[in-house]
Design a protein around this ligand. Structure first.
Ligand code: NDP
Length: 467
């Protein structure tokens, strides 16, 4: 499904920033090159005194990869967007500055806040509702607030300016293909639904391990850590999709209502020393590189005790999932990349006597990027058919031809908030993890260590590499 923009102008605040250059503009370029952003105007803004040429050069550099693989029409579309793009120098926090710029743009406009979170908040607070032209969309990056209360306060600021369905809280993990693949698997197959509950599922693990270490991102990461960076946002969203009740439609209202309901039923059980773990890496080799001790990485404040690996158990207290642990784990500088959800089913109630060999639980593994599906089953072995052996049914799921930020932007430009995090959901995600963060700050859970390049602390059950 491709959609053409209803938005006429994309205004990127934070034109010189890392997100804009590395992710947003390349994502936009793919969209443009595929003819999926016809008629769009691009406007950059930032505090640097750039000339229009300097901005165009930046856009050109970020468009290059997409242009190289584009056909003649795609190249022409990219060149035309580059030629017409304009740049405005402004301090977005200055009284009236953003409002004046909004008043000059050809709307409807999508305002992308590619700014430090505090600056985004000040910029929104500087606007009055009557200064925001009708149809404007506000696109907010993560982290969305730093606590339940701050997320609520930011939500109140935003919905004073535009309706909730015109606010796009970006979670680039929620790429359309991945989301739709989970929903398709769950709700377009009759065999799965009867076993998708506490009677048949023993546990669900959602793992996002990276082999990369800090990669120079201490300024952001050391203040965040693995729990805030990955679990509070992305992994809770994936958990919700795996756990939701069947929605009547996959329209934004039905789907986001279902997500919200699941998150409202979710919490991390106490004591946190039993339901959560945290660790940080020491020197080693990961991702093909020598990695220093995290505490010695440039820009890290070792005394902060930031975790680079986090794991929490979430319980969903409703009829379907009561008693089934959802384990969410993410970390850096690990031995292997692993991005998947693993649903482990309960053992058969009785294995007929006479069978020998493996009797291991069925596992359904949903891989993210590339999206794959693997199903581990026990079958009769070759030769001696009484001896069970493990077979894996595996298939690759359809992906997207856009980069993750291309998918994000396509939704924004089409005015479709389906893949954006709704305001109440953003607050719920903080409500779930905030008590854990507080307990960790008070050292109620020890900060363990693992060698960079290992599978994590050996005693962690999820440290077992994928089998
Ligand atoms: P950067 O620090 O690289 O860029 C921030 C931008 O904001 C700069 O262009 C800066 O311009 C501009 N800026 C700061 N203050 C003002 C102001 N008062 N008026 C106008 N412009 C201003 O940050 P990132 O690009 O890394 O991050 C931006 C947002 O995206 C953050 O919320 C971050 O959490 C989020 N994010 C970033 C990711 C990434 O990989 N970078 C990934 C996911 C989310 P100048 O330097 O000229 O002041």
């Amino acid at each position: 499904m491709t959609s053409q923009p209803t938005v006429k102008t994309l205004l990127i605040l934070g034109a010189s920033g890392d997100l804009t250059g590395r992710l947003l503009l390349p994502g936009l370029a793919r969209l443009v090159a595929r003819g999926r952003a016809a008629g769009l105007r691009l406007v950059g803004a930032g505090s640097d005194p750039w000339t229009p040429e300097q901005w165009r050069e930046r856009v050109h550099a970020s468009f290059e990869a997409a242009a190289a693989s584009a056909g003649p029409e795609g190249k022409e579309a990219l060149q035309s967007l580059e030629k017409e793009t304009v740049y405005h120098q402004l301090d977005v926090t200055a009284e009236g500055a953003l409002a004046s710029l909004l008043g000059t743009l050809d709307g409807p406009t999508a305002v992308y806040f590619a700014l430090p979170p505090r600056i985004s908040q000040l910029a929104c607070e500087s606007l009055r509702p009557e200064q925001v032209p009708p149809g404007t969309r506000l696109v907010m990056e993560k982290p969305f607030g730093s606590s339940e209360e701050s997320a609520r306060s930011l939500n109140q600021t935003l919905v004073r300016l535009v309706p909730e369905d015109h606010v796009h809280r970006v979670d680039h993990f929620l790429g359309k293909a991945t989301v739709l693949n989970i929903l398709g698997l769950r709700f377009a197959n009759n065999f799965l639904e009867p076993v998708w509950d506490r009677h048949h599922v023993e546990k669900v693990e959602i793992i996002f391990d990276e082999d990369l270490a800090l990669e120079g991102r201490a300024r952001y990461y050391d203040g965040a850590g693995a729990l805030r960076d990955m679990i509070q946002s992305h992994l809770l969203q994936i958990m919700a999709l795996l756990a939701i009740e069947p929605p009547a439609t996959i329209g934004e209202r039905d789907l986001r209502d279902a997500i919200s309901a699941v998150l409202r039923a979710s919490s991390v059980p106490v004591p946190y020393a039993a339901s959560t773990r945290r660790a940080r890496y020491t020197a080693g080799q990961a991702g093909g590189k020598d990695v220093p001790d995290y505490a010695r990485e440039e820009g890290v404040d070792a005394g902060r005790g930031t975790e680079t690996l986090a794991e929490i158990q979430v319980n969903i207290d409703n009829w379907r999932w009561n008693g089934v642990p959802f384990i969410l784990r993410s970390g850096k500088a690990l031995g292997a990349k692993r991005k998947e959800a693993v649903v482990t089913f309960r053992p058969v109630p009785h294995l007929p006597r006479g069978f020998t060999g493996v009797d291991s639980p069925n596992k359904l593994r949903i891989g993210f990027g590339p999206d794959t599906l693997r199903f581990d089953v026990d079958v009769n072995g070759p030769g001696n058919i009484f001896s069970l052996s493990r077979a894996t049914l595996e298939t690759e799921l359809s992906g997207s031809d856009l980069l993750p930020y291309g998918e994000v932007l396509e939704g924004v430009l089409a005015g479709d908030p389906l893949l954006s995090v709704r305001g109440d959901t953003a607050e719920e995600c903080w409500r779930i993890v905030e008590p854990v963060l507080k307990a960790w700050q008070q050292d109620a859970v020890p900060l363990e260590e693992y060698d960079a390049g290992s599978a994590g602390p050996a005693a962690w059950p999820t440290a077992v590499p994928r089998d």
